[in-house]
Design a protein around this ligand. Sequence first.
Ligand SMILES: Cc1cc2nc3c(=O)[nH]c(=O)nc-3n(C[C@H](O)[C@H](O)[C@H](O)COP(=O)(O)OP(=O)(O)OC[C@H]3O[C@@H](n4cnc5c(N)ncnc54)[C@H](O)[C@@H]3O)c2cc1C
Length: 508
Amino acid sequence: MSKEKISIVWFKKDLRINDNLALLSSSETNLPVLPLYIFEPDYWCQDFASQRHWEFIHDCLIDLNEDLKKIGQSLIIKIGETKNIFENIIKNYDIQSVFAHQETGNSWTYERDKDIRILLKNNRILFNEFPNNGVVRGLKDRNDWSKIRNSRMYKDNFESPLKLIPLKSINTDILPNRQSKFLKNKSNGITQKGGRIEGLKILDSFLNERCKNYLKNLSKPEYSADSSSRLSPFLSNGVISVKEIINEYRKRKENNFSSSNVKGLKRNISAFNSRLSWRCHFIQKLEDQPDIEFKSMHSAYEGIRDDFNNEFFFASWMEGKTGFPIVDACMRSLIKTGWLPFRMRAMLVSFASYNLLIDWKKSGTYLAKLFTDFEPGIHYSQMQMQSGVTGINAVRIYNPIKQSYDQDPDGTFIKKWVTELKYVHNTYIHEPWKMNLDLQQKSKCILDLDYPKPIVDHNQTSKFAKNLIYSKKKTKNFNDDAVKVFNKLGSRKKPVFRKRAIKTYSYQ
Ligand SMILES: Cc1cc2nc3c(=O)[nH]c(=O)nc-3n(C[C@H](O)[C@H](O)[C@H](O)COP(=O)(O)OP(=O)(O)OC[C@H]3O[C@@H](n4cnc5c(N)ncnc54)[C@H](O)[C@@H]3O)c2cc1C
């Protein structure tokens, strides 16, 4: 019996039917379409992958399946090694072509995609991979990047296909549940709700109302969870595309943001729009240089913290027991909720990398598991930037005491997450170590018994870290190598790389 001719659309980080060129193109083949999602157990046992990521994706797959059903063919789930799964489908079907989006993932997904390309080529099956958002594969020159990105992003959305030709027959595996046995890193908290319906709902509430306090609360851990878009995990999993978001706010802008228009709304949207561009810019770095997952961008910084490994420091930071209330509150909140605003993420990393001298790869793996929105391109680039190992960015050592006074002035966020400090008077909430024993007793918080004293001296450790980083800048060829990093990965906001600019330090 002859095999059924089909086309496959392989869903990875594009879990939507709208503005999905891979799906649209597969529908245009006029063949039955196999919409495929593969749960890869080997992926989920890696150190950076976590139950939290899967729970979010799980919600998204349920909505995706509903959307696909409406146009004629439900989602087919397969569990196993991708290569084996494709080999099996090849045995049973006459696959004419496979459609997918280019994935800028980590080395594991990169290698898997290479294997699949070879397998399909060997079987004479066309593999059509489309660009994902504003990331340009095979970019020749960084100078051209933003022009290419913007020309792609300021276009109409691709329509969703009206109808898919269904398959005659195919078996689907059962979607692994949220606590699947395949997940190595269990979650110890809640996960932001996923799915297309939820994504569109929060996009609407952000553009309609929540964004009016976007800039005002951007770095405030207590308020930003509400006034920030919270779209990051939806973008990481392609539940909504960047282009769809841009088109949505342009539509609302043309209508003058309707009746709920509030003063300063355009300024907030413009800041949000810049971040959508940064998103693509950061992912482009990993696309252009995949080894930044493992190696410092500037080679002078490779292994710079190896001699200072201190497991007590690492454990204290991971558990939110450093004795710096805002650092501990951020970590504990992240463990429970899976989200933090940008500045608080940067502060956590700065504290780990400069004050505790923890290797950014070690802290980065731990944080990747906790962030629901884990996006390798942004994550590894930001980990490196906030650890001072790029060689091209100003080094920022965040002062957690200043951040605490600035971003949580009345200590509400701290008290919510570091309950040992619940009764501490606001005068001492940012620096509880200044309380004498009498005050500690009155506050029901004895230092080093109920809550630790600071595990390091912030000023001394910052100075030490600054000298460590600075010493490398004096080494031979440092600037020549920094120019190479800039040419390949640097932002082109400032068109000319100024060799001396990299000397700047700031303590914020
Ligand atoms: C050490 C570190 C690690 C990070 N890891 C991730 C990650 O794994 N995934 C992730 O999506 N973001 C990451 N970020 C960037 C940023 O903190 C989050 O994107 C943001 O907090 C998500 O919240 P939001 O969706 O409400 O963002 P909004 O402020 O509403 O921004 C809208 C979108 O723009 C993008 N964006 C925002 N800020 C940045 C930025 N600084 N760089 C690049 N893109 C940005 C995100 O896609 C975000 O959803 C990291 C930042 C740091 C300092």
